[in-house]
Design a protein around this ligand. Structure first.
Ligand code: GLU
Length: 432
């Protein structure tokens, strides 16, 4: 069966499923389930602004599939958040959790706003209002929230606290990525960047990449991109370009990443929620646009910002040898085909950025057991899971002569399909 042609991000994301179906035998029922999100909630969130006026924000929470466990996924604050985007992100979370073999399904949430335009108090009221609106649909065994683009531990703390106020009891495991003092996990904040580094370190020897001779360009210097940049820099990779939403900087000799990070951090306003500085404010550099950064002739290109960065329009001009997707969905399916034809090897988001949700899983486990792990324990467990998933996809791709992305979908589909099958026939009558 093929998927119905539609337009939009979700339709594009679904094309990856169709491609993978050629390599996996999935019961028709299982595919029919996976074509639709389990539930999509759209909410209006009234917020009292600092000037006394009332503003209503649009929020979403999508639970894509919960066959393998409670749905899990972040909440994004961004002006471009839409139901189509949140649905796509929830779809990717379903496959990401299955690739890492975590006992979770996929979910995602978001609020459409420019978070930098709100004061800290307004953001807190908005975050609590979001939980008021979705509280009946989340829970440690139902749907678990986490940070995503422009949300952070402080916001996760507010969300957990609001849920506790509503429930009149402490329920830590409903939100992950919380501050340590509220039951967060060691290593969660850095987990996406660290996990991506573990994937690169596992793959580099297979590709014959030696750090000192390997050039890297990174689009996006947020939580994931900046942590990964530091890790790669420490390991000796030559990072020739980095960028953020304001633009980028380039140096053929390689950039001094710690000083760029220091510069960004030190311009952070006292009390501000977000970092105001841009990588562009670092002195002595050659400026480069986000678009040109993607076209650099480097060994490794790392899109670590938003989706839809490499499309049919620019895929032909990409000169990198390898791409590691740290952002969710930075390459469209049409661009995938072009990159493949050019021999550019792509390591997909559902593997590369899975470190975040993996440590979220550890946080959920720690909250439920009441026993907290050391930073070292978290790193060891993360390393084990990231290396295993990377090796699994690498070998499956070789065995079936398919891309690593398709291998990811094949492995995930096998796991989800099996879970649907062993549930028996109850779903012949009703979908729980
Ligand atoms: N937002 C992150 C992602 O896209 C983390 C999700 C989580 O920790 O649940 O994978």
């Amino acid at each position: 069966m093929t998927l119905e042609p539609q337009s939009g991000l979700f339709a594009d994301a679904s094309l990856r499923l169709e491609k993978a179906l050629q390599y996996v035998t999935l019961p028709e029922d299982a595919l029919e389930y996976l074509r639709h999100p389990k539930s999509s909630l759209s909410v209006s969130i009234p917020v009292r602004m600092d000037n006394g006026s009332l503003q209503v924000f649009q929020g979403y929470r999508v639970r894509y599939d919960d066959t393998r466990g409670p749905t899990k996924g972040g909440v994004r604050y961004h002006p471009k958040v839409s139901l189509d985007e949140v649905q796509s992100l929830a779809f990717w979370m379903t496959f990401k959790c299955a690739v890492l073999n975590l006992p979770f399904g996929g979910g995602k949430g978001g609020i459409t706003l420019d978070p930098k335009a709100l004061s800290k108090m307004e953001l807190e009221r908005l975050s609590r209002g979001y939980i008021d609106a979705i509280a009946d649909f989340i829970g440690p065994d139902v749907d678990i929230l986490a940070p995503d683009v422009y949300t952070n531990p402080m916001i996760m703390g507010w969300m957990m606290d609001q849920y506790n106020v509503i429930q009149r009891k402490i329920t830590r495991a409903v939100v992950t990525g919380k501050p340590l003092a509220m039951g967060g996990s060691e290593g969660r904040d850095e987990a996406t960047g660290v996990g991506a580094f573990m994937v690169i370190e596992t793959i580099a020897p297979k590709l014959g990449l030696v750090p000192a001779e390997t050039t890297v360009a990174i689009q996006g210097f947020g939580n994931a991109g900046s942590i990964l940049a530091i890790q790669l820099w420490k390991a000796g990779y030559r990072i020739v370009a980095v960028s953020d939403s304001q633009g980028g900087i380039y140096s053929a000799q390689g950039l001094d990443i710690p000083s760029i990070q220091y510069q960004k951090e030190s311009t952070r306003r006292l009390q501000a929620v977000y970092c105001d500085g841009s990588v562009c404010s670092v002195v002595d550099h050659q400026a480069i646009s986000n678009e040109d950064l993607l076209k650099l002739e480097v060994d490794i290109l790392i899109p670590a910002a938003l989706e839809n960065q490499i499309t049919e329009a620019n895929a032909d001009q990409i000169k990198a040898k390898y791409i590691f997707e740290v952002a969710n969905g930075p390459i469209t399916s049409a661009a995938d085909t072009i990159l493949d034809r050019k021999g550019i090897v792509v390591f997909p988001d559902i593997l590369v950025n899975a470190g975040g949700v993996t440590v979220s899983y550890f946080e959920w486990v720690q909250n439920r057991s009441g026993l907290y792990w050391s930073e070292e324990e978290v790193q060891q467990q993360l390393q084990k899971r990231m290396v295993k998933a990377t090796e699994d996809l690498w070998h499956l791709a070789q065995k079936k002569a398919i891309s690593i992305r398709t291998a990811g979908y094949v492995l995930a589909l096998e796991r989800i399909g099996e879970a649907i099958a062993v549930k028996g026939t109850r779903d012949y009558y009703v979908r729980a």
